[in-house]
Design a protein around this ligand. Structure first.
Ligand SMILES: [Fe+2]
Length: 310
């Protein structure tokens, strides 16, 4: 696949100062401008802007080869969509969500290293004569932005833009409800979910392991900078452990670990795909999906925000 990584996003929020404080509490670091934020392993991956209402403005993905850019441009033209290319960066906007996608060429990322915390299992003892490291609170920066989930009023149109235009691949698809797409070996980097108005439904940061997920979620709720959203649990689709928090702007932020990795498209298609059925959309175990995960509490604000600029 020419695409190889979700690089970064740019978001608008109604209270950038509060959002900045939340990101710093989550362990992200910021640059000298105070508007770009990084985890421990992915570089600066979120750029923050002050805006009338919360909105995903841009998604930047990386590609392998300069020729990919012209190939993507011609595919978009074939779909009747315009794009522009400047200094090697292609920019195109999904008509349904008004999210701008940019594609630029960069080397494939080197494989990440992580702290290893030995665990015991039946007949398999890796940690002997010492307690689990996970019992000691170790809230720390998440590693990297793994995926974004975009609410679209025309889900299949947005999916067509991403697959037939930009070159994303489908990992799992529940027609009319949600599609999980990848531009790397992660099960999903962008998912598109049905939504009355365009929105950043959630964005998700990879953690080292399940303890890292638990400690960070606990720490942010205890600090009073985010509210519990949904979890703790394990998704059926993508298999990852998850915990969602409602962050200050009104989007959900997810901390996750142990997601499915896809390196062989044919093998995934023949034995990996999730069976299509409503019981498989949410989680394998854990609390039920709350209503506000589907109907956001700030829906009226989103509607009036979009009405003003449409
Ligand atoms: Fe997610």
């Amino acid at each position: 696949m020419p695409l190889h990584r979700l690089d970064s996003i740019r978001v608008a929020v109604p209270d950038a100062e509060r959002q900045r404080a939340f990101y710093l509490a989550a362990g992200l670091t910021t640059d000298s401008t105070g508007s770009r934020f990084a985890g421990s392993n992915g570089g600066e991956q979120v750029t923050l802007e002050q805006g009338e209402f919360r909105r995903l403005l841009n998604v930047n993905v990386l590609s392998n080869d300069p020729s990919d850019i012209s190939v993507i441009a011609s595919r978009l033209t074939g779909l009747g969509l315009s794009s522009s290319t400047r200094d090697g960066v292609l920019v195109a906007t999904d008509p349904a969500t008004r999210v701008e996608f940019s594609v630029r060429v960069a080397d494939a990322p080197k494989s990440a290293t992580a702290d290893v915390f030995p665990q015991n299992g039946p007949g398999h003892h890796e940690r002997i004569n010492q307690r689990a490291s996970g019992v000691i609170p170790r809230a720390r920066a998440p590693r990297r932005l793994g995926h974004v989930v975009i609410g679209s009023p025309d889900i299949e149109g947005t999916v067509r833009f991403l697959i037939e235009g930009l070159g994303f691949k489908v990992s799992d698809h529940f027609p009319g409800i949600i599609a999980f797409l990848r531009c790397s070996t992660d099960h999903h980097n962008v998912a598109v979910v049905n939504s009355e108005v365009p929105q950043l439904q959630h964005y998700s940061w990879e953690c080292d392991d399940v303890d890292h997920v638990g400690h960070n979620g606990t720490a942010l709720i205890a600090a009073g900078v985010a509210q519990h959203g949904w979890g703790f649990g394990r998704h059926y689709v993508g298999s990852n452990f998850f915990w969602y928090l409602l962050e200050p702007s009104g989007s959900f932020i997810e901390f996750y670990s142990d997601m499915d990795i896809i390196t062989d498209d044919i093998e995934w298609e023949t034995r990996g795909r999730t069976p299509v059925g409503p019981e498989h959309i949410g989680n394998s175990w854990g609390p039920r999906m709350p209503l506000e995960f589907v109907v956001p509490p700030d829906l009226d604000q989103l509607k009036s925000g979009w009405a003003k600029i449409s």
